[in-house]
Design a protein around this ligand. Sequence first.
Ligand SMILES: Cc1ncc(COP(=O)(O)O)c(C=O)c1O
Length: 398
Amino acid sequence: MALSKNVMKVQPSATLAMSAKTKEMIAKGVDVINLSIGEPDFVTPTYIQDAAIAAIHSGKTSFYTPAGGLPELKTAISQRIEAETGVHYDNKQIIATTGAKFALYLIFQVILNPGDEVLLPAPFWVSYAEQVNLAGGRPLAVKTTGMGHKVTVEDLEKAYSPKTQAVVLNSPQNPSGLIYTAAELTAIGNWAVSHDVLLISDEIYSNLVYNGNQFTSVVSLSDAIRKNTLLVTGVSKTYAMTGWRMGYVLGDAAIIKAMTTVASHATGNPTAVSQYATIAALSGEQTDAETMRQAFEKRLNYLFPKIQSLPGFELADKPQGAFYLFPNVKRAVELCGYSTTEDFVNALLEEAYVAVVPGRAFGQPDHIRISYANDLDSLAEAYQRIADFIQTKGNMEA
Ligand SMILES: Cc1ncc(COP(=O)(O)O)c(C=O)c1O
């Protein structure tokens, strides 16, 4: 039985594959420190769990909901986004989905025709390219020349063709942790408007911003830019709710309607209990979210200088948000006698018991992604293991 051409182009998620391999080793009793994960290590705050349990007991989670989410959920999303960006969206401009990942999948399904191109400034989150492939489009990695892996208008202009349908921006960025300034976003937003290219703004890490850095939402810049932008976000990272699978998109009502139609034939609706949990998360006090943000900030400030000091690791710009470091490790790979970053990463896992993700999946093969969504003791131990590993291997090579 032949598989479809679209699906043959798609690779499994490298981050999930690394996570699965690591969890397998941990299940066998190996003491692996997992820095490959893309999720907070905290459990969902109690007030959200309690709201979900109460919703189950009330009986209202037993039934299908509207495909794009409950009206009261859309209202809660609208209010939170307005509080955070100053921009108001009506319910018909909002869809709630089974995670932001499925939100992005739906977007590409409804905007792309065969051969349409989507620009992905590198490094980019692993799933964008594969989701574009699955929709029959062409993902195009854009070489970035701005400070700290940021894309500029000149970079976009070079990559543009009449087939360019959309560009995906992600700020704060996974994996580099960098944030685009309002000026940088305005230049990109105006470029997209003038070229009639849809801007897909993935702002899933917008609440995980550290050390006084400022996050600007693309949709807050101007009416013209807002109208040309789909804002994608969700509760996974801010509220430690990855397992609940709840994301949402705000933007053009016609696109939202088309996405809702596709979702109605795919998932039916996002799980009802998760919708009630999300209403509680978005409408409640934001103190738990702030406590978790502060913990991530502490971890970043602890781990960044240590990783920066490792022999053969290059990490010039301190991340401003999200929970990843993305050093260039080309010299460390050579120093330790490996020919590829993947070999280095596998040896780190199998011999030093530290799991990280090779950068190739993000479009930058000389880098690795290190997640600091782990407690400080584990981060200290992981750093020591990596340092010892490089020292031992480096000495063997010398
Ligand atoms: C940049 C980025 N966008 C979107 C997502 C999807 O998040 P979720 O599907 O959990 O809402 C992730 C998750 O890792 C991410 O890193």
